[in-house]
Ligand binder design. Structure first.
Ligand SMILES: Cc1ncc(COP(=O)(O)O)c(C=O)c1O
Length: 495
């Protein structure tokens, strides 16, 4: 049996005690003070427990990838290129892999020159390398509110000053962005980049509407700002029309097919193939790419040759329906995940009560649910764990951890439908327990009703700013984190 904390098993590791930490305190770099664990890392420990249904991680369903195909391709790599697979490769990636990446991006209508691609160790490394390249302590990064929880520790580690811009059902509010940019400008501060996940945002589940995309690119161009477009989910669309990437919109706007000089694009094989490969990529203006390459040399020299060769072999495969195997797999994933999304949204309507609201994502892996404003989901999580279920509390998606208190991120891709329903039922039970506890403590009435929730489409409009002119309010999205307004606080305080 594995001893807890021995480091030899797969279980959670024991944490250093305060006493142990004190001994090293003087040695730690200043940047470590701002470092915090990603909510996901905390959650990973929970996924080890078989009694816990984890709706927390960002996990895709890797059980859908045929083990025989995995074995065949690995055997092929071993037979045909063992020495190369076992060797270091170029920092920017194996050339054939950069061509595969150009093929994936072309499937989303974005055309890139493979020589402007760098292969990375997951998309996560791109976030790190962009920060390493651009961020000095105190530099401003503009991000969405909420933002990808996995980017939060990276931004914090580089001691960035992160300004988060509210979203509604159509993504980042560009008017609010402009106001914030004006404010920063008045202070003599220019953000180093604008970070956005335009498709099926992690964690918000919303997609940036086309007029907003166009306007964002214009704003960036007018003000000479870089954008980091993080797009792991663009190909995982379950309904609605595909939208052009910011990268392609910008490349078009400057009339140069294939190259944007202000968008840094982040892609990954994690969600369209498998995160265990740890392969992602960046496309960036050449000067930025060169610095990122230098940063990567310092980080890991190169990404895995084994998995790059695996990907190269996979992309030559034909699928059972006669098309490229990788695209057929993505098509199958779309059908599979759409069912899971539907299961989650139905379960939310059944178990979350009428004070909760949630997004209805058109793709991706996540739903963002917002509860009765009195509930803090960080506290709720402790109760939920005892019910045998986990989610990511909304605060993890805010760099200062002060907003998002009554929201949570729920992953619908990583579990079968019956477990999704059961997980949501358990959270619903925890919500009811928490609400009645709050009611007893404060003497306020009102456990949320549980017999029927609000179907997503019938819920109220987004509570962030009103949609801008020209943007269609989307009926399918419910609510993003509430921005407290005095009147609303009073109303929801229930006396
Ligand atoms: C928005 C976003 N960016 C980046 C990543 C990093 O993914 P990976 O490093 O597996 O490519 C994720 C993973 O969940 C994500 O959701």
């Amino acid at each position: 049996m594995t001893r807890k904390g021995s480091g030899s098993g797969d279980g959670p590791r024991a944490r250093a005690t305060a006493h142990e930490l004190a001994r090293y305190e003087q040695l730690f770099a200043a940047r470590t003070r701002g470092m915090k664990s990603s909510a996901m890392r905390e959650m990973m420990a929970l996924t080890e427990r078989p009694d816990v249904i984890s709706l927390a991680g960002g996990l895709p369903d890797t059980s859908t990838f045929a083990p025989e195909l995995f074995a065949k391709l690995m055997a092929q790599v071993a037979a045909e290129s063992a020495a190369r697979a076992l060797q270091y490769g170029p920092t920017e990636g194996i050339t054939a892999t950069t061509h595969v990446i150009a093929e994936v991006m072309a499937a989303e209508g974005t055309h890139v020159d493979p020589t402007e691609v760098i292969v990375t160790t997951g998309g996560q490394q791109v976030i790190d390398l962009v920060c390493k390249t651009l961020i000095d302590p105190g530099d401003v990064i503009v991000a969405e509110a909420p933002t990808y929880p996995g980017a939060v520790p990276t931004f914090s580690a580089y001691q960035a000053d992160v300004v988060q811009i509210e979203m509604d059902s159509d993504g980042m509010l560009i008017d609010a962005l402009e106001r914030e940019l004006d404010r920063l400008h008045a202070e003599g501060r220019r953000p180093k980049f604008i970070y956005t996940v335009p498709n099926f945002q992690n964690p918000g589940g919303v997609t940036m509407a086309l007029p907003r995309r166009r306007r964002l690119v214009e704003v960036a161009r007018e003000r000479e700002l870089l954008i980091l477009e993080d797009n792991p989910y663009g190909l995982l669309r379950y309904e609605g029309e595909a939208l052009p990437t910011l990268y392609s919109l910008d490349a078009e706007s400057v009339g140069r097919r294939g190259a944007s000089d202000l968008v840094i694009y982040l892609g990954t094989f994690s969600k369209i193939l498998a995160p265990g490969l740890r392969l992602g990529w960046a496309v960036a203006p050449r000067p930025v790419l060169e610095k990122m390459n230098l940063g990567k040399q310092g980080a890991d020299l190169c990404s895995s040759s084994v998995t790059q060769l695996f990907v190269n072999a996979y992309f030559k495969e034909r699928g059972a329906r006669g098309g490229p195997a990788w695209l057929e797999y993505v098509e199958d994933l779309r059908v599979h995940y759409a069912r899971r999304r539907d299961a989650m949204v139905e379960a939310l309507a059944e178990h979350f009560g009428d004070r909760a609201s949630w997004t209805h994502p058109q793709g991706g892996l996540f739903v963002w649910a917002t509860l009765d404003g009195r509930i803090d989901t960080t506290d709720l999580l402790a109760l939920a764990k005892s019910e045998g279920v986990a989610f990511v509390p909304g605060r993890a998606a805010y760099v200062d951890g002060r907003r998002g208190a009554s929201s949570m991120r729920l992953n619908f891709a990583g579990n079968p439908e019956d477990e999704i329903r059961e997980g949501v039922r358990r959270i619903g039970r925890a919500i009811r327990a928490q609400t009645s506890l709050l009611g007893r403590l404060t003497g306020t009435p009102g456990a949320p009703s549980t017999s029927h929730g609000r179907p997503a489409a019938a819920a109220g409009p987004p509570v962030a700013d009103a949609p801008e002119a020209g943007d269609q309010p989307m009926a399918d999205v419910v609510e993003l984190p509430r921005r407290e307004r005095p009147s609303e606080t009073r109303r929801r305080g229930d006396g």
